[in-house]
Design a protein around this ligand. Structure first.
Ligand SMILES: Nc1ncnc2c1ncn2[C@@H]1O[C@H](COP(=O)(O)OP(=O)(O)OP(=O)(O)O)[C@@H](O)[C@H]1O
Length: 257
């Protein structure tokens, strides 16, 4: 059985008299990659801050497995432009040993930037350094708020691949927020669609057909993301052509290879 790392039981958050997170039920287990999607202002950041214990909740209950170690990659980080800051120094601020810092940077493939100024990094490199910083404590649960922001399309796919690799090598759970529905649908395990309350949740293919999802994002979006999840019941030859295999059924073959 998979180990539940965090369980939210009927969690609500009210801010300034407004309901921001409304009666959310959610379990994040070791090995999960859960992506929270939803429109601007839907309460996504508030929800993950509640999971991290950075946001107090108004009602409900959050249970964390004893000794749970959390790693957080926040949405915004402001580097003071006038203050020289190398990756090395930035990582050292965590209090981890240089060896641990370098190992974390190695895991996110940016060890070569150890001596570089943090101000000169590309969007993708910055995100990888931020993820490395979240890894130094060997987290059981990695929480990322829009890890792909400021990263170009190829870089985004690589970043998602990295997150999967980290999940496997660290044997942790992952919960993240993303705005790129296509990438989410192609690359995540489970999706939680939030609009204050949980509109729908499940595997990408299931939720793309859910009436609540269609209502929130529109039929056009739902149809365009559904194509990522046809059953892959055929092989390709070296030229990329489909080769029938013994079990091949009718395959509605869409573009996403
Ligand atoms: N301290 C606060 N007091 C009052 N309202 C707040 C407070 N913090 C956040 N909010 C409001 O809560 C709502 C949800 O904010 P949150 O940042 O969780 O949304 P989000 O889904 O992450 O949005 P986005 O996709 O734009 O990042 C917003 O309307 C925001 O204005």
């Amino acid at each position: 059985m998979t180990e539940a790392l965090v369980t939210l039981d009927d969690v609500s958050v009210t801010l300034g008299g407004q309901s921001i997170v409304d009666h959310v039920q959610l379990t994040v287990s070791r090995g999960d990659i859960i992506t929270v999607i939803g429109p601007n202002g839907a309460g996504k950041t508030t929800l993950i801050k509640a999971i991290l214990g950075l946001q107090s909740i108004s009602s409900g209950r959050i249970r964390r497995t004893p000794g749970l170690r959390l790693g957080y990659v926040p949405q915004h980080i402001h580097f003071q432009p006038t203050l020289p800051l190398t990756v090395k120094r930035f990582m050292a601020l965590t209090g981890a040993s240089p060896a641990n810092c370098r190992a974390a940077l190695e895991r996110t493939a940016v060890n070569h930037l150890y001596e570089s100024s943090i101000h000169h990094l590309s969007g993708g490199e910055t995100q990888r350094v931020l993820i490395a910083r979240a890894l130094v404590r060997q987290p059981d649960l990695l929480v990322l708020d829009e890890p792909a922001q400021g990263v170009d399309v190829n870089g985004q796919a690589e970043l998602y691949e990295l997150i999967r690799e980290l999940r496997d090598s660290l044997d942790c759970g992952v919960i993240m927020i993303s705005h790129d529905l296509h990438l989410v649908m192609a690359a995540t395990d489970k999706v939680l669609c939030l609009n204050q309350h949980v509109c729908c949740s499940g595997y990408p293919e299931q939720i793309s057909h859910d009436p609540a999802f269609v209502e929130l994002f529109g039929r056009h979006v739902a149809d365009s993301v559904a194509i990522y999840h046809h059953h892959h019941n055929h092989d390709h030859n070296l030229h990329g052509d489909v080769v029938d295999n013994a079990q091949t059924e009718t395959c509605h073959h869409h573009a996403s290879h």
